[in-house]
Design a protein around this ligand. Structure first.
Ligand SMILES: [Ca+2]
Length: 453
């Protein structure tokens, strides 16, 4: 069995197949109809590098192991066997296209700028795809290199707009699709593990004009402002919210959605290529995001939080002969489960490190299976990148989300806690941590959390 791992970046649940009323995503919806959709999948960290370091190593964060730092996985855990490395060492051809671990530079011609991506042990082949607007994904403001944008905007750390060139191939993700199809066209004498990392809808929220067609500006709605009064300040990515006027936020949301449709189109091309080459029935397909993203919920326009919108990810898995078409699971699962799941599915021997996730294979066979799965754990740090001042821990159970914020000085001080009841408050606006009746729930979850701190 081959593996096609498709990783999107900063994609939340704004997909038709996840119930979004706005997003137009026919190709991902079709993939979901062919597959098993996980409705409660959570990232271990709501930022690119840390999340990828975790799911590509099968490790949670710990004091003496993988650290929640913006740093190369191999530097932190030198003897780790990464997920692609495990496949490579056991006879697979492994290829990385686009942003899989993480990419600072655009390709190997700028090796100094791409440390995360240069893991020689993991890949037989790797390529990064420079967009025509080279550098735009990182270095505002627009326009760059003579290209123009309609509604160019810059707010917070986010650039957005409709880009003037129409061909998908002018974009890094369009090129990534082309490179991935080239990989499918290779003459394979061994099974492959192909990871395709798309950058959209990560900022800048840009896409060609055709992807804006479903989203006239007057159709874009912002979430209600909600109640922040009893939620501690440390919980928010930005305090106070600083993303400007409603009209500006609507433009940003429109551009995010167009970026999602652009991503959707790329996945569609890739799927068609797989089908046309007769590879559909011997290839496991995983579609996922590295973490979610808030689109104005809580007044936040960001990741970096422990709220549902930022911690939860789309996760769609198709295993020929195993998963049933159009099935779904509401079991709590985590991205750290991906490593043991793929290992298990392909019958590989385990790595050096002890894996922290759980194989989801029983759910793949029967989505109704109740796994004995611990609450999902997401963490995030606050303060400067090199010297964080606080760490937030979040446990998600089927009903509750419980967060604790601890200072990094020793002895650590509990700075704030939050408890949300998803049965009555799916928007996570009413913090019940101080509610007298909720103390048994809070204490039990706090006790469970001590093993991770
Ligand atoms: Ca990301």
């Amino acid at each position: 069995m081959n593996v096609l791992l498709i990783v999107s970046d900063d994609l939340n649940d704004e997909l038709g197949c996840y119930g979004s009323e706005r997003a137009v995503t026919p190709h991902l919806d079709r993939l979901a109809r062919m597959s098993l959709r996980f409705d409660r999948a959570y990232a271990q960290y709501p930022v690119c590098v840390q999340s990828r370091n975790s799911f590509l190593s099968g490790l949670r964060f710990s004091r003496d192991g993988l650290q929640p730092k913006w740093e190369n996985l191999r530097q932190m855990v030198p003897h780790v066997t990464t997920l692609p490395q495990l496949f490579r060492e056991q006879g697979y051809y492994t290829a990385s296209v686009g942003k899989v671990f993480h990419v600072d530079g655009w390709d190997a011609r700028w090796p100094d700028d791409g440390w995360e991506y240069c893991d020689e042990l993991s890949w037989d082949f790797r390529i990064n795809c420079p967009p025509a607007n080279q550098g735009a994904a990182r270095k505002p403001p627009f326009p760059r290199e003579g290209k123009t944008l309609k509604w160019p905007g810059h707010s917070g750390a986010i650039d957005y707009g409709m880009i003037s060139y129409e061909d998908d191939l002018y974009h890094d993700d369009g090129q990534a699709t082309q490179e991935a199809i080239r990989q499918l066209d290779r003459h394979h004498t061994q099974p492959f593990f192909l990871a395709v990392g798309y950058r959209r809808p990560h900022a800048p929220f840009v896409a060609p004009e055709k992807y804006f067609a479903p989203y006239p500006l007057n159709s874009i709605q912002l979430p209600p402002p909600g109640d922040r009064s009893d939620v501690p300040e440390i919980a928010f990515a930005t305090t106070p919210p600083n993303y400007g006027e409603p009209e500006q936020m609507k433009l940003m949301k429109m551009c995010y959605l167009a970026s999602v449709s652009f991503l959707d189109s790329q996945v569609g091309r890739l799927l068609r290529a797989l089908e046309e080459r007769g590879l559909l029935e011997n290839t496991i397909i995983v579609f996922m995001s590295d973490h979610g993203f808030s689109l104005g919920e809580h007044g936040d326009w960001h990741k970096f939080t422990l709220f549902e919108k930022s911690a939860r990810v789309p996760l769609i898995i198709r295993v020929p002969g195993v998963t049933r078409a159009n099935s779904k699971s509401s079991q709590l699962v985590e991205l750290v489960d991906l490593y043991p799941t793929l290992m298990d599915l392909c019958g590989l021997a385990g790595p050096n490190q002890t894996l922290h996730g759980q194989s989801l294979v029983p759910i793949l066979h029967a989505p109704g299976t109740e796994l004995d799965h611990d609450p999902a754990l997401t963490i995030v740090v606050r303060g400067p990148k090199t010297a964080p001042t606080a760490v937030g821990y979040s446990l998600r159970t089927p009903r509750y989300r419980y967060n604790e914020w601890w200072s990094t000085d020793l002895p650590a001080q509990l700075l704030a806690s939050e408890l949300y009841d998803h049965q009555t408050d799916p928007e996570e606006e009413f913090n019940l941590a101080a509610n007298k009746d909720m103390q048994p729930v809070r204490k039990a979850l706090s006790q469970e959390m001590t093993q991770y701190r």
